[in-house]
Design a protein around this ligand. Sequence first.
Ligand code: NAP
Length: 250
Amino acid sequence: MTGRPVVLITGGSRGIGAAVARKAASQGWDVLVNYVAQEEAARSLATELHATGARTEIIKGDTGSEEGIAAIFAALDQHFGRLDALVNNAGVVDHAERVEDFSRARLDRMFAINVIGKIRCAAEAVRRMSTAHGGQGGSIVNISSMAAVLGSPGQYVDYAASKGAIDTFTVGLSKEVAAEGIRVNAVRPGIIDTDIHASGGIPDRAIAMASAIPMRRPGLAGEVADAVLYLMSSQASYVTGALLNVSGGR
Ligand code: NAP
């Protein structure tokens, strides 16, 4: 297929997703940016990306709901009519709490967005990219977390478990679609300086955790984006099922 490749970034309006959008646009990708609430952030990012020459559209949609996912992929089909990469990035934490205090509502939200939403978005991407469905191939990059390995005790073991599920999903799906032109990989960021920590009630978490990181600093969203862009690129043509730590050694 000719023309600029298209990437869909869920949760692309801020943080790691926005950094991926910026790097993708600068490397010749057209971009569909999904957001759930902060329309102004998505609009301002789109204006920035347009200035680089990238075709950019934004779409509101909750990846934790079937309606949200349907809206996102309808926008993709309507505006671009193709998909070359999915960055399955949208994810949430909750406030720090012990396991025995987790409510059912908290767990339902966490797993709806962090696990089921990512699996459902990957399914829609496979339908469009798999050569078994008449597609041209492509790649999926799931944003996991080092929490999958470390467990996040006393803070959000549920979040860590949701990321563990994504690691396993990455390995399984990579094998399922490997002969259909789709590579599936995951990036496991460590502590990255974004708004997610404030949304979990600990705004200074990235700085406060610095001494626990071997490199003694939190990572930048752009440093995660570089790893994502590598996995999306032809330089990673034989890489699938990989879980790539971007964590300063943690
Ligand atoms: P962030 O700064 O909080 O940004 C979250 C982004 O996701 C925003 O664009 C937000 O949209 C969107 N979003 C949230 N819930 C959504 C939903 N239900 N449907 C669609 N979009 C939704 O987060 P981040 O730090 O960049 O994290 C991005 C990913 O990296 C997540 O999967 C997270 O678990 C993972 N991660 C982050 C860290 C870290 O230290 N930052 C470490 C490991 C892994 P709005 O702008 O509309 O709110």
